[in-house]
Ligand binder design. Structure first.
Ligand code: ATP
Ligand code: MG
Length: 420
């Protein structure tokens, strides 16, 4: 038996209907906020990610699916979408025009991580990106959009955590101070953090080690070192979140796993998914477009982890309503022919209808209808064909009514009555 590659998982029905639901809701909310869909390649030149995400981040150091193509060019399955969005923005000259360019994209990402609950090697994200806006209103709009998606999905047990990571004016001084401090704590930090403390000091805040976390509670944070402009930006974002009653928590130690963020950084977390508690994350990435060879355009974005969202929603409710189904039980070859015709006609009218091709007993077909969650079963045998009418059984109540086989409208009406 050939199995799926480790860490890559099949998404099967009925779970797929939940994915569709999430994506439909997300698309509707994106549309309300003027975000348009962008579809990007899964494969990019490796350099795109190493230059944007940052050479000494977990993603680039150990999580990328990188390989040489047949011409010896190094390519990578995208570990995240922002870098590709920026690449496409630059390459397609999408910066034309003064308005903020707002895009969303939905699709798979690839990271070579240790597979576990909530952590896969192929996983899916819903991304929103707004390019070309410096104003704090753009950050606020994006966060409001994100929280609207969760609200429309009926997700309540989540918390928004925000921070400001400063800007090229105020961050360097803080980083110097942090590096010096970490050097003094040196030996007490874990091996990873000792390395990070010189190569990428902010990353230490992301360390999961208890010892490091304890040490870091004594370390000053970026929040105390923000310049006036960063403070004002941050305050305006918070003011707007407050105005629309989006509760948030400040975490001055929130840094995010990618190097390109500045000013606003945020995460949406839950207490219901164990260790993998982040459902979404994002932030502002003002320098990235220029860094990748494009114009000096500020931007902000987020990514929702779809697997974790699906997991949360399935904890919360019983499942999704499918369109009411009519199941036609057929007894004999003539009934099969008529049943096939009836089902086909109904489907073309937009009704979900199905039948069994196995020539099974009525009992077996009723069991099947039950398993499929059919709203109604129409029972068709030779007798019914001759009479031109057949019993229509309501599977929820057990009630039966006799309907004319030519009166499709009555059948449709019965099903519509079951609609959601
Ligand atoms: P984590 O701290 O859980 O590793 P991250 O900071 O690496 O997350 P981001 O790069 O911000 O994650 O990606 C945004 C979202 O994508 C995360 O909040 C999470 O929901 C989801 N995600 C990230 N990596 C994985 C993975 N390997 N499997 C499933 N979902 C993931
Ligand atoms: Mg990660």
């Amino acid at each position: 038996m050939i199995k799926a590659v480790r860490g890559m998982k099949d998404i099967l029905p009925p779970e797929t209907s939940r994915w569709q639901h999430i994506e439909t809701v997300a698309r509707q909310v994106f549309a309300c906020y003027g975000f348009q869909e962008i579809r990007l390649p899964l494969l990019e030149r490796t350099e795109l990610f190493s230059r944007s995400i940052g050479a000494s981040t977990d993603i680039v150091e150990k999580e990328m699916y990188t390989f040489l193509d047949r011409h010896g060019e190094s390519v990578t399955l995208r570990p995240e979408a922002t870098a590709s969005v920026v690449r496409a923005f630059i390459e397609n000259r999408l910066d034309q025009g003064a308005e903020v360019k707002k895009y969303f994209t939905i699709g798979p990402m690839f990271r070579y991580e240790r597979p576990q609950k909530g952590r896969y090697r192929q996983f899916h994200q819903i991304n929103g990106e707004a390019l070309g806006g410096e104003a704090p209103e753009v950050d606020a709009e994006l966060i409001l959009l994100l929280m609207d998606i969760f609200a429309r999905l009926g997700l309540t047990e989540i918390a928004l955590v925000i921070n400001s990571l400063g800007c090229p004016l105020c961050r360097p001084a803080y980083l110097l101070e942090l590096t010096a401090l970490l050097a003094r704590k040196g030996r007490d930090l874990c091996e990873d953090c000792q390395r990070r403390s010189t190569s990428n000091p902010l990353r230490v805040f992301d360390c999961k080690s208890k010892v490091c976390q304890e040490i870091l509670t004594q370390v000053p944070t970026m929040a105390d070192h923000l310049c006036d402009a960063c403070v004002q930006h941050d305050e305006r974002v918070r003011e707007l979140l407050g105005r629309y009653e989006v509760p948030y928590r400040s975490n001055p130690r929130l840094v995010r796993g990618l190097d390109y963020y500045n000013r606003t950084a945020f995460e949406v977390v839950t207490t219901h998914l164990g260790a993998q508690d982040a459902v979404a994350g994002g932030g502002r990435y003002n320098g990235l477009i220029k860094e990748l060879g494009g114009p000096d355009v500020p931007a902000v974005g987020f990514a929702i982890g779809e697997e974790r969202l699906v997991a949360l929603l399935s904890q919360q409710d019983e499942g999704l309503a499918l369109p009411p189904l009519l199941y036609v039980a057929v007894l004999g070859a003539a009934a099969m022919d008529q049943g096939f015709d009836l089902v086909q006609t109904l489907r073309r009218r937009g009704v979900a209808a199905d039948l069994d091709f196995g020539q099974r007993s009525l009992k077996a077909q009723l069991t099947m209808a039950n398993r499929r969650g059919a709203a109604f079963v129409l029972i068709l045998g030779d007798q019914e064909l001759t009479a031109g009418e057949a019993p229509l059984k309501d599977m929820a109540t057990g009630a039966q009514q006799v309907v004319s086989l030519t009166d499709l409208a009555a059948i449709c009406a019965a099903l519509q009555g079951k609609g959601v």
